[in-house]
Ligand binder design. Structure first.
Ligand code: MIG
Length: 793
C-alpha cells in the first residue's frame, strides 16, 4: 500500500444515497455526486470537507441526463443505457461495466478517493489497459504506461526524452485496449500528477495538489468514440482558413520590411508555394506588444497590403508580458485600470521577458480579456491574418536570467540556450525544475483576487488565447483567423492551433515529433505541428529534406528556426535540396482538399487528422508498437525516415491492401515490409479503396480557381467524405458548404465510383472530376453528370 494512503482520508462507508440530478452518495468522511452526462459519459465529483465548490474553467454547463436508474442491493448500482456502475457500500469502491458486463474500470481497493492535506487522489486498478495515451504535449514514447507525468505549463527549451512538463497541460488520457478503450479527464487546473503504473503494476493513480477531485469517464469502446465524447465535453476546433493548411515560413526574426519583402519575392520567383509569413519579436519596438518598430518596418501596413496581393498572409507574434515603461500607453493604461497580476501583498508582480521588466495581464478577468481584445483590434486593422501567441505559460525570468539571455542571443550569437542539467527528483519527490520561469507563487488572480497562481497558472495561456480568438471575431466577424499558441490546457482546441515550441535541428527531435504530435492529437487537438527543420541549432541538408518530407504530412506545416542558427528557407541548402523540397511543398498543395476534409471531420467529431495506428485499427495489438509511423486521415500511412544516412526502413502495414503512394505497388498487411527510401522519397502508403481528392498546383491558396478535382482511386472498397466551402469566411456555419460522398465498390471486373451530394450549399468553381486509376487511366466527368462511373480494370 502506498505510504501516502496510510495517512489519508477516504470516502468512508456509504451511509445513504439519493437520486436527484445526480446520484449523491453520502459517505462517512466525504460525499460523491455521480452525474450521467450522456449514456457513456459519467462525471465523478467528490466533495472536499463536505463541500462542492469547483467551478470549471473548461467544461461549459451541460444539463446532465436524467435517464439513469439506481437500485440498492449488496451494492449500490447505477445504470445508464450503456453502462453499469457499482458502488461498494463498505469501501466506496467504484466499478464500471459495459453493456456486455465486462469490467472496464475499477478503483484500487478503497482508494478511489483520498485526501491528504490539500491534495486529492484517485487510484485505479490496472487491468487490461495496454497503453495510456494522450496527456497533451509530451516528449518520450507514445505509450505512457509505466510513466509518471506532471501537468505544469513550463517553458523548458530543452526537450529531452526524460523531461516531464512542457508548455501545455492536458490532464486527459485514453486507456487503450483492443476491445474496450476508455478515457479520463481530470477537471482540475492545479498542478496535477499521473502515475500510470510506474509505482506499481497493480494500479495507476492521479492527483492534484489542491482543488477538488472532479473527473469524467468516457467509454469508447473505440478510441475514436472516446475522443468524440471528450471533445463534445471540452470543445472542438472550427474550420481553419484553408490557406492555414498551406506552407508557412517563419524565423526568429525576419526583422526588417526589406527582408520580409525579399523573402516573399523569392518564394514567388522560385515558384515555391507559400501562404504565410510570420513576424517574430523583432518587428516590435523594444519588444513592446502591440507596437511596431518603425525603423525596421517603415511601411508596415503597406507591406502587408503589397504582400497580400501576392497571396501572403502575415502573422505577428504576441507575448503576454507588458513592458514596464512610463512612456508606453499599454502599460500606463493597464496600470490606471488595474489590469495586471498582483502579489498577495497587493503589489504588482514584475518579471523579466524580452522587453525587460514586465507586468502580466490578469487574463482570468473578463475586463482584462476585453481590454486585450481592443488592443488586438488596432493590430488587426493593419491587415494581419491571425496571431502567434508565445511565452504564455506564462514565461517569466529573473533579472539575471534575462540579462544572460539577452547577452547570449543578441550579442554573443548563441544557437541555443545553455543546458543546465536538471535533478529530476528531490527528497519530496517533486520535480526540481531549473526552468521554473513563471510568475511567483504568491500571485493572486481574479476580480476579487480569489484565485491563487497555483490554480490559474495552467490556464493562463488558455485564457489569453480565448481573448485572442474572441477579439478576432469581434474585429473581423466574417474572416477566420489563424491563431497558434504555445501554452494551453484541455479545451485549447476551441480557439487555436498548437505548435510544440522550441525543438532542435537534430534527428532525435525529428523523431520526437512523431509520438508527440500523435499524443497531442489524441488529446483532442487537431491542428498540430512541430517547427519543421528544427528551431535551435543548425540544420543540415539531409535533415532538412527529411523534415520537410515529414512536415508535408503534419496538420500544421511551418518551418521555423531560431536566431543565429543557419537559415533554413527552402533554398538555403542549394539547388538540389530546393528541388526536392519544392516537390514536397507542391504535394502539400495538391493534398489540400484531402486535408481540409479531415479538418471538417475534426470540427464535426473531434477526430484529429493526424492519427496513431490504433485510431484506425483499434483492434490491432501491433499498432501501438509502431509509433514511428502515423496516418494522415484514414487513407494515408506515413512512415518517415528519422536517421541520418538511412535509405530504407521497415514499415508495419495493418490488415488490408496498401499501395505505395509513389509506385502504386501493392502490399498486403498485416505485415512488416522493408521499403526503400532514397533521399527524395518519404515512404507513404494508401489504403486500398481510397479516393484521394487532389488540387492543381498553385503558389498560394486561392491563386487559381480549382476547376478540376482529381480523384485518385486505389483498388478496393471504401468511401471518403469530401468537404468544401469558400475557405475563409464563417458562412459555412449558415450552410454554405458542400459535402460529397465518394464511394468505391466492386462491380464485375472493375469498380464503380459514385459521387453523391450529401449537402449542397456552396457554389463551387469546380467544372469536372478527373478520375485517375492505379493504372494511370484518366476519366474526366463533368460536374453535373457525376454520379456513377464505371472503372474498368
Ligand atoms: O525566448 O520569440 O517558442 O518560437 O521564435 C524565446 C522568440 C521566445 C520562443 C518561441 C519561439 C520564438 C522565440 N520565443
Amino acid at each position: 500500500m502506498p505510504e501516502i494512503l496510510l495517512k489519508s482520508k477516504s470516502l468512508g462507508k456509504i451511509l445513504s444515497w439519493e437520486k436527484k440530478e445526480s446520484l449523491i452518495l453520502y459517505g462517512e468522511n466525504e460525499n460523491l455526486r455521480i452525474y450521467v452526462l450522456w449514456d457513456k459519459v459519467l462525471r465523478f465529483y467528490f466533495s472536499k470537507n463536505r463541500e462542492w465548490k469547483h467551478a470549471s474553467f473548461v467544461v461549459k454547463e451541460i444539463s446532465p441526463s436524467k435517464d439513469f436508474s439506481v437500485e440498492e442491493k449488496e451494492e449500490i448500482i447505477l445504470r445508464t443505457k450503456m453502462l453499469r456502475v457499482t458502488i461498494d457500500k463498505n469501501s466506496g469502491k467504484i466499478s464500471i461495466y459495459n453493456k456486455d458486463g465486462d469490467l472496464i474500470l475499477s478503483d484500487y481497493q478503497d482508494c478511489g478517493y483520498r485526501i491528504f492535506k490539500n491534495r486529492v487522489y484517485s487510484y485505479k486498478e490496472i487491468k487490461e489497459e495496454k497503453a495510456f495515451l494522450g496527456f497533451g504535449e509530451r516528449t518520450g514514447n507514445l505509450n505512457k504506461k509505466g510513466k509518471r507525468l506532471t501537468n505544469w505549463n513550463t517553458d523548458n527549451p530543452h526537450h529531452y526524452t526524460n523531461i516531464d512538463s512542457l508548455y501545455q497541460s492536458h490532464p486527459f488520457f485514453l486507456a487503450w485496449n483492443p476491445k474496450k478503450s476508455y478515457g479520463i479527464f481530470l477537471d482540475n487546473t492545479f498542478r496535477t500528477y499521473f502515475d500510470m503504473g510506474r509505482e506499481s503494476e497493480k494500479y495507476y493513480y492521479f492527483y492534484a495538489e489542491d482543488g477538488e477531485l472532479d473527473y469524467y469517464f468516457f467509454y469508447g469502446p473505440s478510441p475514436k468514440e472516446v475522443l468524440e465524447l471528450y471533445t463534445e465535453l471540452t470543445g472542438r476546433y472550427y474550420l481553419p482558413p484553408l490557406w492555414a493548411l498551406g506552407y508557412q515560413q517563419s524565423r526568429w526574426s525576419y526583422a526588417t520590411e526589406e527582408e520580409v519583402r525579399i523573402l516573399a519575392k523569392t518564394f514567388r520567383e522560385k515558384t515555391i508555394p507559400c501562404d504565410v509569413i510570420y513576424l517574430d519579436i523583432d518587428y516590435m519596438e523594444d519588444f513592446k506588444v502591440f507596437t511596431i518598430n518603425n525603423k525596421r518596418f517603415p511601411n508596415f501596413q503597406r507591406m502587408i497590403e503589397d504582400l497580400s496581393l501576392k497571396g501572403f498572409k502575415i502573422i505577428p507574434i504576441i507575448d503576454p508580458g507588458v513592458k514596464v515603461d512610463l512612456n508606453y500607453d499599454l502599460y500606463k493604461e493597464g496600470i490606471e485600470k488595474d489590469l495586471f497580476c498582483k502579489k498577495s501583498n497587493g503589489k504588482i508582480y514584475t518579471g523579466y521577458v524580452w522587453p525587460g521588466k514586465c507586468v502580466f495581464p490578469d487574463f482570468i478577468r473578463k475586463e482584462v480579456r476585453e481590454w486585450w481584445e481592443e488592443k488586438q483590434k488596432e493590430m488587426i486593422k493593419l491587415g494581419i491574418s491571425g496571431f502567434w501567441n508565445d511565452m504564455n505559460e506564462p514565461s517569466s525570468m529573473s533579472h539575471i536570467e534575462y540579462l544572460l539571455m539577452r547577452l547570449l542571443f543578441y550579442h554573443l550569437h548563441f544557437k541555443e540556450p545553455p543546458f543546465i542539467p536538471q535533478v529530476p527528483w528531490n527528497k519530496e519527490k517533486k520535480p526540481k525544475e531549473f526552468y521554473k520561469k513563471t510568475l511567483s507563487s504568491d500571485v493572486l488572480h481574479g476580480d476579487k483576487r480569489e484565485f491563487t497562481h497555483h490554480e490559474i497558472h495552467n490556464v493562463y495561456g488558455l485564457l489569453m488565447v480565448e481573448a485572442c480568438f474572441e477579439g478576432w471575431k469581434k474585429a473581423k466577424p466574417n474572416l477566420r483567423p489563424l491563431i497558434i499558441t504555445r501554452a494551453g490546457f484541455s479545451g485549447i482546441q476551441k480557439f487555436s492551433a498548437v505548435w510544440t515550441g522550441d525543438n532542435k535541428s537534430t534527428w532525435e527531435h525529428l523523431y520526437m515529433s512523431l509520438p508527440m504530435l500523435q499524443n497531442l492529437s489524441l488529446s483532442g487537438i487537431p491542428f498540430v505541428g512541430a517547427d519543421v527543420g528544427g528551431f535551435w541549432k543548425d540544420c543540415n541538408s539531409e535533415l532538412f529534406i527529411r523534415w520537410m518530407e515529414l512536415g508535408t504530412f503534419y496538420p500544421y506545416f511551418r518551418n521555423h528556426s531560431a536566431m543565429n542558427t543557419k537559415n533554413q528557407e527552402p533554398w538555403s541548402f542549394g539547388e538540389n535540396v530546393e528541388k526536392i523540397v519544392r516537390n514536397y511543398i507542391n504535394l502539400r498543395y495538391k493534398l489540400l482538399p484531402y486535408i481540409y476534409s479531415l479538418f471538417w471531420e475534426a470540427k464535426e467529431k473531434g477526430i484529429p487528422p493526424l492519427r496513431s495506428l490504433i485510431m484506425e485499427f483499434p483492434e490491432d495489438p501491433e499498432g501501438i508498437i509502431h509509433e514511428d509511423e502515423f496516418l494522415l486521415g484514414p487513407n494515408l500511412l506515413v512512415a518517415p525516415i528519422y536517421r541520418e544516412g538511412e535509405r530504407k526502413r521497415r514499415v508495419y502495414l495493418p490488415k488490408g491492401d496498401w499501395y505505395d503512394f509513389w509506385t502504386g505497388e501493392k502490399l498486403t498487411g498485416p505485415n512488416i515490409f522493408e521499403v526503400s527510401a532514397p533521399l527524395e522519397i518519404i515512404p507513404v502508403f494508401v489504403k486500398g479503396g481510397s479516393i484521394i481528392p487532389l488540387w492543381e498546383l498553385q503558389n498560394y491558396v486561392g491563386e487559381k480557381e480549382q476547376e478540376n478535382l482529381e480523384l485518385r482511386v486505389y483498388d478496393g472498397e471504401g468511401e471518403f467524405i469530401f468537404y468544401e466551402d469558400d475557405g475563409f469566411s464563417w458562412n459555412y456555419e449558415r450552410g454554405e458548404y458542400n459535402l460529397l460522398k465518394f464511394s468505391l465498390s466492386k462491380e464485375r471486373e472493375g469498380y464503380i465510383l459514385s459521387i453523391e451530394y450529401l449537402h449542397n450549399g456552396y457554389k463551387s468553381p469546380r467544372k469536372r472530376f478527373r478520375i485517375v486509376t492505379l493504372k494511370g487511366k484518366i476519366i474526366e466527368v463533368e460536374e453535373q453528370k457525376a454520379e456513377k462511373i464505371y472503372l474498368s480494370p
